[in-house]
Design a protein around this ligand. Structure first.
Ligand code: NAP
Length: 281
């Protein structure tokens, strides 16, 4: 049995689909089983994996766990890891490219959060694999209301460039790490293959949906207010904006890790946009 946390989320949903396609026994954790919309045959259980008592009820018979941490703090993370380690043998963590191995202390709060999850896992005795993706292509869904309304994305740092990754590609690597030997102790830094700017990503969505989409640069203050209104935790917004600013002059490089693990190239952003075209129409 493989337990998938974050099973209704961007990556988790594809992890469930990938495991079901292989005929694996899957248990999916969600706070709302009635609206989860997961495939038939999946053991959908109500739970919140930040709640150790609820988590423990889901771990009987579980051999491997896909662990997503959608929470803004790592409170209870050690207890969650210890609980998983009492039942399971293997864990695959959805971590982040922001974690740095070359520093004593993480300076980026997103890196710090994920490092605080990775550390207890490394000490747990579990067989572990860390997926450290860069920016998700699915973040572009935040532009969907404006693209649907008038085809203008109003945001900051349109020239910031990075290789966005399709959420399904992250799940492909997760499924391999959950089901195959040979991934233990790996830290996979996963990105797409093309380094494009935000403005180019927005334009590509327009080309895919057959309606022009253009980028309109706004002030930092306006961008801050917009991200707060989208529900991003205020403590992360400045960090995010500083991160985007640095990508204008110093684009994030692409890695080849996805292709090395999966044996095929990662999806292009155009393919991602085609998969999500209805969200933008
Ligand atoms: N976005 C990026 O560019 C990026 C880049 C690198 C790493 N990451 C990391 O990827 C992870 C997020 O992955 P994702 O996008 O697949 O996840 P997600 O879609 O944001 O969330 C996954 C699931 O977690 C549950 N959830 C969300 N908030 C919760 C809460 N407060 N309490 C309990 N459950 C909650 C929800 O399931 P239910 O409602 O069904 O319970 C949700 O469907 C984060 O750790 C993030 O730091 C993201």
């Amino acid at each position: 049995m493989i337990l998938v946390t974050g099973a209704t989320g961007n990556v988790g949903r594809h992890v469930v689909d990938g495991l079901v396609a292989q005929g694996r026994d899957v248990r999916a954790l969600t706070r709302s089983p009635e609206t989860a919309g997961l495939p038939d045959g999946v053991d959908v259980v109500r739970g919140d994996h930040a709640d150790v008592a609820l988590l423990e009820k889901c771990l009987d018979g579980v051999e491997s766990v896909f662990l997503v941490w959608p929470f803004p703090t790592t409170e209870d993370a050690s207890a969650v890891v210890e609980t998983i380690a009492r039942y399971a043998r293997r864990v695959v963590l959805l971590s982040s490219i922001a974690v740095r191995d070359d520093v004593e202390e993480q300076t980026d709060p997103i890196g710090a959060l994920h490092a605080e999850l990775e550390r207890p896992i490394e000490r747990s005795g579990l067989e572990w694999c860390f997926l450290r993706p860069g920016g998700f292509a699915v973040n572009a869904l935040a532009w969907a209301p404006e693209i649907r309304a008038d085809g203008v994305v109003r945001d900051i740092f349109g020239a910031a460039s990075m290789p966005l990754i399709h959420e399904r590609d992250i799940a492909t690597v997760a499924v391999r790490a959950l089901t195959e030997d040979g991934h233990a102790g790996s830290k996979y830094v996963l990105t797409g293959a093309e380094v494009l700017s935000y403005a180019e990503y927005a334009r590509t969505i327009g080309e895919v949906i057959g309606r022009p989409v253009r980028w309109e640069e706004i002030s930092r203050e306006a961008a801050w207010r917009k991200k707060a209104a989208q529900g991003l935790p205020p403590e992360f917004i400045d960090v995010m904006l500083d991160g985007y600013a640095s990508l204008v002059d110093d684009p994030a490089p692409a890695t080849t890790t996805f292709e090395e693990v999966a044996g095929v190239p990662p999806a292009t952003f155009r393919e991602w946009a085609a998969d999500h075209a209805d969200d933008f129409r």
